[in-house]
Design a protein. Structure first.
Length: 177
């Protein structure tokens, strides 16, 4: 009975792999403040699982294709942006964007036409097929991501979203400087 009680106490203390790692570090380095590991190691581990879920949800489009199509979809009717705006939205270089647009145009997911207000520029528009593909990929992603959150109540999800937003804002400020 004592062995069972010890095992249950150890399981409760070490709920996940990060708890196990922290316990080992505490044993070896009791002088170290390990509190960042409790948060950031979990974010890293969750990120790996999210990357796999996204890769699966975006398999038909690939992640880069989803990013471009999603930027157009979020732009609202007529779902049109300039290549410069798409570069800003997806944080890629001009050459990379041109390559991506060429591939998406070949797949009939976007069209490109001259920009009437800038004779040298062009406008990229999401096609009906592109909209269908990006909406399906988003729905698949949301279904997969919702499963990650089943252990949290709606209030806990809102609290976590707020805390992560505060943390992420620091990086957004750094990138805008």
């Amino acid at each position: 009975m004592a062995l069972l009680r010890d095992n249950l106490a150890r399981m409760e203390m070490n709920r996940d792999e990060v708890d196990r790692l922290i316990a080992a570090w505490k044993r070896e380095r009791p002088d170290a403040d390990l509190s960042p590991l409790a948060i950031l190691s979990r974010i890293t581990r969750i990120s790996r699982h999210l990357d796999l879920a996204r890769r699966d949800a975006f398999a038909e489009l690939e992640t880069w294709g989803f990013d471009v199509l999603a930027a157009l979809r979020r732009a609202g009717t007529p779902h049109t942006l300039s290549p410069s705006q798409l570069m800003q939205e997806t944080m890629v270089s001009s050459g990379t964007m041109t390559n991506r647009l060429d591939r998406l145009e070949e797949l009939k997911l976007i069209t490109r036409q001259p920009d009437p207000s800038d004779g040298r520029g062009s406008l990229v528009t999401l096609t009906a097929l592109g909209m269908k593909k990006v909406d399906a990929a988003l729905d698949d992603l949301l279904l997969k991501e919702r499963k990650f959150l089943t252990e949290l109540s709606k209030n806990e999800q809102a609290e976590l979203a707020d805390l992560l937003s505060r943390l992420a804002a620091n990086f957004d400020i750094e990138n805008n400087d």
